[in-house]
Design a protein. Sequence first.
Length: 475
Amino acid sequence: MSNTNEDKLLAQLQALIGRKSAPQQARDPVNQPSIRNWCDAIGEENPIYTDPDAAARSPYGEVVAPPAMLGVWTLAGNIPRLPDPDCPRSCAMKLLAEAGYRSTVGANTAEHYSRALKLGEQLSGTLSLVEVSDLKTTGLGSGYFLTALTEFTNQQGEAVGSWKFRTFHFKPRELTDEERAKQQARKEQLAKIPPHLRVRPRPAVMRETAFFWEGCQARELRIQQCGGCGRLSHPPVVRCPQCGSYDLRYQVASGKAKLYSFVEPVYPPMPFMRYPYIVGLVELAEGTRLLTNIVHCPPELVKIGMDLELVFDDTDPELILPMFRPAQPVRNTVTRRFEDVAVGEELPLWPIDVSTRLVVGGAIATRDFEDIHHEVAAAKRAGLKDLLMNVFTSNGLCSRYLSEWAGPDARVSGVDIRLGTPNVVGDTMTLSAAIADKQEVDGKGVITLSLRGSNSLGDHVTGSMTMELPMGANK
């Protein structure tokens, strides 16, 4: 497209700024079944969303909806709706598609929750286009960023929250000759590697160690135990070093451990490993130590003494290995007080397996029927290996993470995150957060937390969230 045409397109897009759509009314009022389905899909167990008795004892006095459901109520679901000819975002996307900018990715989401939503409230959302960027060139290609703001009100016209969503509409870039040459050189380099060096070395299975590897196939971490004195040994031995007995059995480990020591290998490079990776010496709850890999955790977040849990990695079709990752934290049933938290406090890491159940269940519960969240073939046509998690599920998981740390009476009041690498089925996202700020605002204790969600490809989400914590001593 010539510069003249690009200038004309940009002028047409900018002319849409400030225009508002017709209010989009929710098909149903805020209701218990939809809340329950959402909580089931996200794994949210806070009783104030589903248990009237528990909700009656909360500061709200009744059942309320999870804050992250704000944008869900007015979605169309899996039904056709007549397009709004006055919707500025739809008009902008039509102009962009006609100009060849047909690919779209989410870039940023910012949500503000004015207050908790109650059962029976009827929401409507009015969308306006608030920003259009100049033509930008990114690693994905060249295109335009659009920022849309949806303002939500209830049946009385009371403002209850807002959602600002920034998307990038682009033409996928073509590889340069230099990049194609590098790709070809990489393929030729890999082709020279003997097949047996492309996978992890096979373990040398002996009579004394067979029980361990058989346990891995059964997804059990088996630790050798003396039948005489009960002493545990790892690596396995042929005779108990404590009592001399040859009666050697095994005990299945609980899978709980702490990190005793670790190192991040760099050289020499090994073609069967994915870099970066961590080799850790873990101390099992049973008392023995095991040399293994620490997974599902960015290297900079690995710390000696951190709590770990066992996972089994299907390294290749013929090899299953026991590895460890950050232990999933326990949900806090007592609400944290504003006075008891401090700037710099770090939350426990939380690994989340991106499963088909989570992706599809989250998409259905958030009324998102985009095919890349439901159909593997559609996801692969879009260049993905498997189904893609939608932004509503990602947002819900981030909110659940903070709420489980803060306790049932804390309230997420705002979200401002940047979307990065996709969450695809088969991967694991690990959430981390730290308190960046705390202050009293209008009589409320408000904390701001820096947030990060990382997977094997990089950072899926980065940004900040705000929460309101109760002030004063526990009653």
